[in-house]
Write a new protein. Structure first.
Length: 82
């Protein structure tokens, strides 16, 4: 199997027209479409919720200074040094 990389635009009706290079053999082909993820439309509630969950996964809750100090102290204590 041979890969051919092309750029294309998806139309409003979700169609895609490709012009393959000369010499591309006729017959069946497997097509994989990679589209960039975009922020959801403000009327797409499920899309907005997916965006929020995705953001939360990439940005864990921030820790307070006290929590960080506690974690640092616990890490230093685990070293066994006095």
């Amino acid at each position: 199997m041979r890969a051919i990389k092309l750029s294309a635009t998806v139309g409003r009706n979700r169609t895609l027209v490709l012009q393959l290079p000369q010499g591309t053999p006729e017959g069946n082909a497997e097509v994989i479409v990679l589209v960039s993820e975009t922020l959801a439309d403000s009327t797409d509630v499920e899309g907005l919720l997916r965006n929020v969950e995705s953001w939360r996964a990439r940005h864990p809750a921030r820790r307070s200074k006290e929590e960080i100090d506690h974690d640092v102290e616990a890490e230093r204590a685990s070293w066994g040094e006095t």
